[in-house]
Design a protein around this ligand. Structure first.
Ligand code: 3BY
Ligand code: FES
Ligand code: FE
Length: 411
């Protein structure tokens, strides 16, 4: 198990534009450090708001060692708490989701209000004050229909992303959407391999026959450099979409922790379907037409997303162990779309169910090869894998900064 200084040394000595050293993809010490420095400190995508439609609806998730519950309270307020009873620490809620009038601990029935206050604790002695034992809150923000949490007591600044994401998601209709389907898979690979794989389409032609019907694997699709720097067909698409009020231009975090951009699909395809046509006959939110392409949004460390005219697909990545990662995909459609009438569930989901499974396989084989003593870091293609280079640079710089914070400059 590597120490922090060994991790620092590996990151500092890495060869630019090459994949990382083996230990960074499998060592237990690296895994713990990734959790502590990234997953326990950064904002994480948790769930689409559409999972919590009514008062008392909740969803749970596990981030490393932390069980978390997200609850919709009175007046639509969405809050997150540590899913841990303040009596003797029982996990409060074991189910993945559901609806409940109050949060009742299954062990001794301590009962909490949906806003976390302890309401009832049977037979507690004189001097016990319920006000001292409310649930511990986790920072939680809902932006444009996506719910983010942060385990850090003092969360990093989210203002720029909040502003951009709420603007870009405004027409996407996520708040007025319903969950059509959700799938959770476990990939036997390090979380960074899952993200690296998502950041390039060098592998798409060889792996994704169904996605490639509608998604162009040209690196120009994602190699944008600014709000005015992109391939001609993308500039054209931006002009057309922005002309009708759809925010579309590439916009990004200064260190590329996130990016938003709308891309056209191949040959005027409407959606990620086998037929290339719309999967849902109704438009999401304020989307003006079906051939609006896909609004791409990623945020490191744990989400990538596609917002289309007729549906949205949101992805959540959570590490389970040094070599296991949970990937949850949720398909959202307009609230009033009726299954069997306005959409066929299989037609809606098959392309990304296939794509996820194909990605799972490449990630697992990637992990197996990296575990070989014969593995050595290999060169990324600067033509095809700019997105991977940029993720790995973000990760290495971020970790080095966290592990060795530069002293504040003297005034
Ligand atoms: O999900 C993405 O962002 C795309 C689609 C296929 C691979 N990846 C670059
Ligand atoms: Fe929750 Fe006892 S541990 S009520
Ligand atoms: Fe893929």
């Amino acid at each position: 198990m590597l120490s922090q200084s060994e991790i620092q040394a590996l990151l500092a000595a890495r060869r630019p534009n090459f994949s990382l050293e083996r230990d960074l993809y499998c060592d237990e010490g690296v895994y713990q450090t990734d959790l502590e420095q990234i997953f326990y400190k950064e904002w994480l995508f948790a769930i689409p708001l559409a999972e919590l439609t009514k008062t008392g609806a909740y969803a749970t998730l596990q981030v490393g060692a932390y069980p978390v519950i997200i609850v919709r309270g009175q007046n639509g307020a969405v809050r997150a708490f540590h899913n841990v009873c303040r009596h003797r620490g029982q996990r409060l809620c074991a189910k993945e989701n559901g609806t409940t009038p109050k949060l009742v601990c299954p062990y001794h029935q301590w009962t909490y209000e949906l806003d976390g206050r302890l309401l009832y604790a049977r037979d507690m002695q004189e001097g016990f004050d319920k006000a001292d034992y409310g649930l511990k809150e986790v920072a939680c923000k809902e932006v444009g229909g996506m719910v983010f949490i942060c385990l850090n007591q003092d969360p990093p600044d989210f203002a720029l992303l909040e502003e951009k994401l709420s603007t870009y998601l405004a027409p996407a209709g996520l708040r007025e959407a319903k969950v059509a389907h959700s799938s959770t898979i476990i990939e036997k690979g390090n979380w960074k391999l899952v993200i690296e794989n998502n950041r390039e389409c060098y592998h798409c032609g060889g792996s994704h026959p169904s996605l490639c019907r509608t998604y162009s694997d040209s690196p120009t699709m994602t190699a944008m450099e600014g709000p005015d720097a992109a391939a001609p067909e993308i500039l054209e698409h931006w002009k057309r979409c922005e002309g009708v009020g759809l925010p579309s231009r590439f916009t990004n975090h200064p260190k590329m922790q996130w990016r938003l951009a709308r891309i056209p699909l191949l040959n005027n395809a409407e959606s990620y379907t086998m037929s290339t046509k719309r999967a849902v006959t109704k438009l999401m939110g304020q989307m003006p037409f079906f051939d609006a392409g896909s609004l791409l949004f990623y945020h490191y460390p744990n989400t990538w997303n596609h917002f289309l005219a007729d549906h949205a697909i949101v992805f959540r990545v959570l590490p389970l162990s040094p070599t296991e990662t949970q990937v949850t995909t949720t398909w959202l459609v307009p609230k009033d779309a009726v299954e069997g009438m306005d959409y066929d569930l299989n037609a809606l989901t098959e392309v990304w169910i296939n794509t996820n499974d194909e990605d799972r396989r490449v990630v697992e084989e990637n992990q197996k090869g990296i575990l070989s003593p014969a593995y050595e870091p290999g060169p990324y293609s600067t033509i095809q894998e700019e997105g991977v280079i940029q993720f790995v640079d973000w990760y290495a710089d971020f970790m080095l900064e966290r592990l060795n914070p530069r002293p504040a400059l003297a005034a």
